[in-house]
Structures are given as C-alpha cells and as structure tokens.
Ligand binder design. Sequence first.
Ligand SMILES: Cc1ncc(COP(=O)(O)O)c(C=O)c1O
Length: 392
Amino acid sequence: MLETLTQQPPDALLALIKLYGADPRADKIDLGVGVYRTGQGDTPVFAAVKAAEQKLVDEQDSKAYLGPEGDMEFVHALMPYVFGKADPTMGGRIEGMQTPGGTGAVRLAAALARGAGVGTVWMGTPSWPNHAQILKDLGMTLKGFSHAAADGTADMDSLRAALKEAAPGDAILLHGCCHNPLGIDYTKAQWDELAGLLADAGVLPILDLAYQGLGHGMDEDAYGVRKVLSTVPEALVAYSCDKNFGLYRDRVGAVYAMAADPAQLDAILSNGATLARASWSMPPDHGAAAVRLILADPKLTALWLDELDTMRTRMRQVRDRLAAAGKVGSLDLTPCGTQNGLFSVLALTPEQILKLRTDHGIYMAGSGRINIAGLTTGNIEKFIADLATVTA
Ligand SMILES: Cc1ncc(COP(=O)(O)O)c(C=O)c1O
C-alpha cells in the first residue's frame, strides 16, 4: 500500500538553505530562513532564556507528564501581554492551552473551528504557506482575498468584499502583526473598521499572533487582537513564543479561545484537549517552562523585554536604511520602511531572484521574500548595490 504515496514537493526554503551552505563565496547573504539574526549574523539564545534554563536545571524536580493542556501557569502568564493587563481574561471569557509552537496553535485553532461547524476559512493572500496547508489537511475550504493593494498598503477593498460575501459561520484567519510574508499590517484605524465588519458578518476570527514585540512593541503589536476581541462575541487566538523568545526549536505556543459566555469555556477547552491528545498528546515542556520562569521573575522579564527591544530596533534600522535607498533601479525599497517584522517581499522577477543568487550570492525565497534580519551593517550596502545591478 505504501507505494501508492507519491513524491511530495520539497520545502523550497529548506532547499535554499542547502544551496546557501554549499556556496563557497565569503560575502554570500542568506535572506531565506525566517529566524532573527544579530548584526553579526547569529541567532543566539536569549540571556533571559539561558538564565531561566539554568533555574530549571537547578530547581525542576520532575519531568512527569503534565496533560494535554500543558503548562497552565505558562498559558496564564502570557495572557496580560496578549490581551492587556487591565482585563486579560475579558471578564472570564478567555482560556487557553499550551501547544507545540505557533504551528500547533494554528492547527488546534483551525481544528476547533472545524469541530464547531466551520467549513470555510477566509484568508488574505499571500500568507504563510503552512496556513493553507493546515486548512487543506483539515479538509476545510479556503477562500482567498488579496492582502495588499498595489500601493503597498493593506487591501481594505478586497477585505470588505470578502466579508460581504462571507456567510455567518465562516471563519477568517488574520495575522495579528508582522505579516508573513508581506510585512504589511493593518493600521489602527483599519483594525477599528475591520473589528466592526467581523462582528457584522458573524464570522469567527482566528488571529495568528506569531511575532508580538517584533513590529512596534508588545502592546502596539497586540492592538488588532485586543480590538477584535473587544468587538466580536467569540474568537480564537494562536500564539507563538518561538520568535519573541528565540525558542524556535523548543516549540512554544498557546491557543486561546474567547467564548461568548464564560460557561462555554470548559466544553471548548475539553475539545482542545481531545484534539491535542489525538495529535501530540501533550506539548513539549522545556521552552514553555523557561518562558513561565521569565514571566514570573521581574528581573528576567525586564531582561527579556530589553533583548526584544534590541531585536526590534535593529530590524527598524535595517528597514530605515532600505527605505532611505528609495528607488533602486526599477525597484522601490521605500515601503520596507513602514512594513513590520522579519519579512518584506521585493517585487523582483524570478530571473532577477536567480541572478542575485548565481551572480551575487544573495539567497531569498522564490517569492521575493527577504528576511530583514539577514541584513547587517556589514552586508546591506552590497545588497543594495547588487539589487541596483539586477534591476537596472
Ligand atoms: C504567520 C505565522 N504563524 C505561525 C507560525 C508558526 O511558528 P512556530 O510554529 O515556529 O511557533 C509562523 C512561523 O513562521 C508564522 O510565520
């Protein structure tokens, strides 16, 4: 029977890593994989995480099973950061559970929506490729609308049209901040309008917050999530700590449900637990335990927020330099300055992307997506000059 399984296409970004590794040029630039890099090109473990891990080694007295909901102290410790310190449970209407990374959170959120009868999910395109893959795997119907307009801002017309067409009981998947891959986020005014449109349309929002703190700040980046949650009766939020704590491979995430009535939460979360049990049984503990220890200790919290500030400031500096370059050949880098997070997409042709790789050792996704953090003071001038050559 197994011979009936057909070859699946390789992950394009993983293939790019291999090509980059095999390139002998000393001045090659990796803008492919989506991890933060320092100005020296490293992806170090946060000092706050190291300190928390040391505490874990010293103090953790058991590795016995927790349960499908994972570390609930971790789940609760994150809530003031996500939903605001004033009322992190929205009057007792929000509860969550730990998941293996943001991917597990998106998967569980979509599966919960499907269990609740959602068949169709609306989503702006392009999006993180795994979104469509997860929805497809769950047998849900994906309906797309354009995320960005030609002028590089969010395409509100397309979103309004989608919400007009959406049926009550559909869901919509939205990036909370730092859109992957476009870096184009809704403004506060757009979130304000969007929240009302969602409520009117009766669709279930699934909000994916994978980069909180990497755009403008922890509170600023949660504006959309908080606005939507204060406007609609119910919603699901998928959260990742893998970027903002640098815990990528430790797979740290959480899914939260906001119910119309606190009395519904137990049943909703029992479905989450059942789905988790059938998928991964329980989430990995280590990274979430480290986050819990950081958030329980004011000194470690301050250290973590400081490290996050440094990351954000560095990415803003890279974006400012790109924007200052303005028009480079036929390509306008100005929009990079107002975009957010790790990614932007450059309007390059496949031939130009290939030429950058073969002639100049610059590696980026076939879509033109670049990892902003792959650029440093040491390579950004070369990058801009090489862009000018291929777009002349
Ligand atoms: C938009 C978005 N959501 C979710 C994730 C999942 O992140 P992880 O599973 O690594 O926590 C990613 C990762 O790239 C992402 O870009």
